[in-house]
Structures are given as structure tokens and as C-alpha cells.
Design a protein around this ligand. Structure first.
Ligand code: HBI
Ligand code: FE
Length: 295
């Protein structure tokens, strides 16, 4: 069970891309190896050590409320009993990255797709696709929070709609997901804290995003974020800060169609830029930034 079944890749005109499989699969819990459980335990302990004091109170409390521990890989069935009762969400096992529309449709129906396999010991520090640890440890806990749970469903519904509008709308919406769900920060009375899943599953970025002088830290602004390109292969150059999870759900109430139309006429912003009108918590020094590569 060590070698997770990789998502098949094929050569296309866009290069070597993963061929998405949309199948929903049962979590093969009894077939996880001792090594799989050890990888979970190692990553869980390492991340909890770095996240206490850095992750949002809500994130840490939700993980504990779910009974997540380093002892073993959690069972989707156990989590689903809790999650369905709390916010009506459930986890579904998948092979890996899904086509965007399939992914949005799951979220729109309060189903969060969780990759069934966990990375190998050799991939402890980085792997390109979301594995079980990234999804289960990173994304699932905040689905216990009713407001964030509503935001995730609203995002899914928005994604299904953006998919029918076109690629530009999808790019705008994906940036919103990237700078909130994956790499978002939240302001607490005792300082800035992490809630983004891409950060909480990475030891280095959990420290970098709050303590390095390099990145910008800027207050949440919906259209500013939807115009801002991001990085896939390095730490983010800019982190956006919400005041509350309610701010996210409030931002997704209006119909985005006129926003997409307005943004289609405007230039996008480089990932590391600071714009007039930004509410700047910290203007980054930019040290270590790579040029190019913003998407
Ligand atoms: N598929 N399984 C899975 N998990 C994701 O987080 C995911 C995805 N497909 C597409 C995707 N995320 C992003 O492109 C979203 O912005 C849609
Ligand atoms: Fe993710």
C-alpha cells in the first residue's frame, strides 16, 4: 500500500499533464500500511508543533473536535458522522486532482473530495498534488465551522457558474480560492493567524507566512484578490488577511457576473505588487523572490 496509485499522466499539447480520474472511491483504511500510518503521524506531530500559536484558534479547535490524532490515519466514516451532524458536509475518497467542474460540483453539494492515498516517506516535505495529508489535515477541519462550510459551498456553486461563463471567470475565481482557502490568513485579537490549507500542511510556509519580512500581508479585498496572480512553485509573495470567516461568506453573496465582466477589462496584478488602496499590514522586502512564474 506504500506506492499510492499515481494519477495517470499523458503527453498533450500542453505538456505532460495528469489525466484526471473523477471516480469516487471507498477509503481502503484496512489496507494502509504501517508506513502510511507513520507518515501521517510524523506529518501530524510536525505540523501541530509548528501550528500551535500560528494557526487560527478555529482551525486547531476543529481538528481536536474531530478527534484527529497522530495515532492513525483518520477513518472517513468516523469523520463523516461528525461532519454531517455539524455542517452537513461529507468527505468522498478520490484518486487525486479532479477536473475543475467535477471538483466544483462536489463542493456545491457539500462533498469534499479527499485523496485516499498518503505520500511516501521520501515525499515528506513536498509533493505536487494534494494527498490525503493535505486534504484531511489541511482542508477538512474548517468544514466544522458553519460559516466557513457555507463559504465552501458558495465557492462550489460559484465555480459551476464560472465554468459556464468561461476561462477568464474561472481564473478570477481560482485566485479567490488560492488566496483564501489555500493560503489565507486571519486577524485575531492576538495577531495574524493561518487558516489556509496549503500553508498548514507545509512546515516552512507556516513559519514564513507570518514571520518572514519578504512577503506582503494585505487586508482582504475581493476584486483585488481576483486580479492578483499567484505562485504555484514557491512560497506566496503576498498573503491576504480576513477579519473573520463571515467576511468570506459576505463577499460571495453578490452575483459575480458583473464582477467578471469588469475584471475582463482590467489588467491582472503581479503576485508581489502592492496596489494603491491596499490595506497594508506589512509591505514585503521581496527578498528571495523569483521573477516570472506568476499565474
Ligand atoms: N481536485 N481533488 C481535488 N482537490 C482540489 O483541491 C482541486 C481539484 N481540482 C481543481 C482544483 N482544486 C482547483 O483548480 C480549484 O481552484 C478549482
Ligand atoms: Fe488544497
Amino acid at each position: 500500500m506504500n506506492e499510492p496509485r499515481r494519477v495517470e499522466h499523458q503527453m498533450t499539447d500542453k505538456g505532460y499533464v495528469p489525466v484526471y480520474t473523477t471516480a469516487v472511491v471507498e477509503q481502503p483504511w484496512s489496507r494502509y500500511s504501517a508506513t502510511d500510518h507513520e507518515v501521517w503521524a510524523t506529518l501530524f506531530r510536525r505540523q501541530r508543533d509548528v501550528l500551535v500559536g500560528r494557526a487560527s484558534d478555529e482551525f486547531l479547535a476543529s481538528q481536536e473536535a474531530m478527534g484527529m490524532s497522530p495515532d492513525r490515519i483518520p477513518k472517513f466514516d468516523d469523520i463523516n458522522r461528525l461532519l454531517r451532524a455539524r455542517t452537513g458536509w461529507e468527505l468522498v475518497g478520490v484518486e487525486g486532482l479532479l477536473p475543475e467542474l467535477t471538483f466544483f460540483d462536489h463542493l456545491a453539494n457539500r462533498r469534499f473530495p479527499v485523496t485516499w492515498w498518503i505520500r511516501t516517506p521520501e515525499q515528506l516535505d513536498y509533493l505536487a498534488e494534494p494527498d490525503l495529508f493535505h486534504d484531511l489535515f489541511g482542508h477538512v477541519p474548517l468544514l466544522m465551522n458553519p460559516v466557513f462550510a457555507d463559504y465552501m459551498q458558495a465557492y462550489g456553486r460559484g465555480g459551476v457558474k464560472a465554468h459556464s461563463i468561461g476561462q477568464d471567470a474561472l481564473v478570477n475565481l481560482t485566485r479567490l480560492y488560492w488566496y483564501t482557502v489555500e493560503f489565507g490568513l486571519i486577524r485575531q485579537a492576538d495577531g495574524l493567524r493561518i487558516y489556509g490549507s496549503g500553508i498548514v500542511s507545509s512546515k516552512g510556509e507556516s513559519i514564513h507566512c507570518l514571520e518572514s519580512p519578504a512577503p506582503n500581508r494585505i487586508g482582504f479585498d475581493l476584486e483585488r484578490i481576483m486580479r492578483t496572480r499567484y505562485r504555484i512553485d514557491t512560497y506566496q509573495k503576498t498573503y491576504f488577511v480576513i477579519d473573520s470567516y463571515e467576511q468570506l461568506i459576505d463577499a460571495t453573496r453578490p452575483d459575480f457576473t458583473p464582477i467578471y465582466a469588469r475584471l475582463a477589462e482590467l489588467e491582472s496584478f503581479p503576485a508581489g505588487s502592492v496596489q494603491p488602496g491596499d490595506s497594508v499590514y506589512h509591505r514585503g522586502t521581496g527578498e528571495g523572490w523569483l521573477d516570472g512564474g506568476d499565474v
